[in-house]
Design a protein around this ligand. Structure first.
Ligand code: HEC
Ligand code: HEC
Length: 433
């Protein structure tokens, strides 16, 4: 009887422990992490690399012609020096307001976005007199650039359960006696109207889903409309049929290929030579000891395969389930004194119909509260960046670290009180990531 009970207990224990976690694959070899075969991954990458022209629907307003143009260092899906321009102003109500940008000699106003596109497809041969170049109105006193982010390994980030971030935020706040309290932001899943998820992508955590982000980027960076974002920013000098990107013969849109390309990418690998130096190892210990890792969380684990994510539209596959990875971020929003005061623009990121839908757990106040906050920059792959922080204006790692104040003020003081050689050890460690 006793033996039976012991066996039963053991079985229960084993079942709840489930299969072991395994390490997420890393590397820059353009090979799949196991989500798809390498040929499919290459075909998805070709879509990501493809240059779009006016006949494909590029523009009318846009920033670049391919995803790769901004996400390429050291390989497709990586990062780059490319920035985008965002502006707005504070109203008498002390809230942030989006700009109204007049184009075509004042005959049209572009609103509902903070993004100011850098390029336009006209004037051209067919529309010689149509002037739609966007400019920053003088009224918009809040102005910033935001630098492109790396996408490699983001499939693992997407596969982390909402609850993991919620728990992390709770423990972080409790563990620091409320000095460091990352904010969780529920954001719309555009492909699942009404559903939200914990934001984890973009400098402002504006998306939780890679399909949503891909649709947003395709429209706002390249001007290509899709099933998720069917409305052009302006119809002026627009000739391509809508949506510019209809589903292909396999039922997948380009945005599905982009999302699958990112999901199948391997996480950034460390610089194996630097990572082994005793200086970097010492820096790694100090990074923990002085509290950098409170926000730049070293290790996360994805939800088990079979878990539903993105409002039920995405089932975590085997290749992404129970994977341990090292992003050096909590993916939460913090005020470290660098915020630009820009609140996430709703229509730009979630589509023109966003206000006609009731979104679960959605709170405009939470978005307002995040105005001056930035997501903890994931430090995996930071060695491929030489323009640091959200605005790209810090050009060395030391400059970036010294800019931390607010919630990170105490930690920064601890960094500055370290000996020169200890500080350098931390910087060497960062250079190995
Ligand atoms: C003109 C440059 C540019 C182009 C083109 C571009 N992006 Fe980006 N991308 C950025 C910038 C800048 C950010 C950071 C935006 C922010 O949060 O404000 C970003 C962020 C992202 C992120 C979030 C990554 C993370 O880890 O948080 C994803 C996903 C993404 N882009 C996908 C795409 C896809 C897919 C395409 C092609 C449809 C694309 N991008 C085209 C500049 C670009
Ligand atoms: C309170 C949370 C917090 C703490 C503590 C913290 N950071 Fe950060 N870190 C951030 C946020 C948020 C950003 C992004 C800020 C921005 O872009 O304006 C960031 C950005 C960075 C960047 C720039 C990365 C890039 O891609 O541009 C580096 C490097 C960095 N942190 C290193 C450190 C080091 C080293 C420490 C410890 C001395 C530290 N951080 C402590 C939240 C934190």
């Amino acid at each position: 009887m006793k033996l039976l009970l012991a066996v039963a207990l053991l079985t229960v224990a084993l079942a709840s422990a489930g299969p072991q976690n395994s390490e997420a694959p890393t590397g820059f070899d353009n090979k799949s992490n196991g989500l798809v075969d390498d040929m499919t991954h290459q075909a998805d990458q070709d879509k990501f690399d493809e240059t779009e022209g006016v006949s494909d629907g590029l523009g009318p307003l846009y920033n670049a012609q391919s995803c790769r143009e901004c996400h390429q260092n050291p390989t497709s899906g990586g990062t780059s020096q490319m920035t985008e321009l965002r502006v707005g102003h504070q109203g008498p109500d002390h809230h942030f307001h989006n700009p109204d940008i007049s184009i075509a000699h004042g005959t049209e106003i572009v609103s509902g976005r903070t993004l100011v596109n850098d390029r336009a497809i006209c004037p051209n041969g067919a529309f010689a007199g149509t002037e739609i170049q966007e400019h920053v109105p003088e009224t918009e006193s809040i102005r910033t650039t935001r630098v492109a982010l790396g996408l490699l390994g983001d499939g693992f980030v997407e596969a982390v359960a909402d609850q993991t971030f919620i728990e992390l935020a709770r423990k972080q706040c409790k563990g620091t006696h409320r000095k460091i309290c990352g904010q969780v932001l529920y954001v719309p899943i555009v492909e699942a109207p009404g559903e939200t998820g914990v934001g984890r992508f973009g400098w402002k955590d504006q998306h939780a889903s890679l399909v949503s982000f891909s649709g947003d980027a395709y429209l706002n960076e390249m001007g290509i409309t899709t099933r998720l974002f069917p409305d052009e920013v302006t119809k002026l000098c627009n000739t391509a049929a809508e949506p510019n990107d209809p589903p292909g013969p396999d039922g997948l849109d380009d945005i599905d290929h982009f999302a699958r390309f990112i999901r199948a990418s391997k996480a950034p690998a460390r610089d194996s030579q630097l990572a082994q130096t005793s200086k970097a190892e010492r820096g790694s210990e100090l990074f923990n000891k002085i509290g950098c890792a409170t926000c730049h969380v070293r290790t996360l684990t994805t939800a088990p395969a079979g878990t539903k994510a993105n409002g039920g539209t995405f089932t975590i596959p085997e290749a992404l389930g129970r994977k341990t990875f090292y992003p050096f971020s909590d993916f939460l929003l913090h005020n470290i004194g660098t915020g630009d005061g820009i609140a996430v623009p709703m229509q730009e990121h979630y589509g023109r119909n966003m206000y006609q839908i009731t979104w679960k757990n959605f709170s405009l106040d939470d978005f307002q509260a995040a105005q001056d906050k930035i997501r903890t920059a994931p430090l995996w792959g930071v060695r491929f960046r030489n323009r640091l922080m959200h605005d790209g204006t810090s050009s060395t790692l030391r400059d970036a670290v010294l800019r931390h104040s607010g919630e990170a003020g105490d930690v920064n003081h601890r960094f500055q009180r370290l000996s020169q050689s200890d500080q350098e050890a931390i910087l060497e460690f960062l250079s190995s990531l």
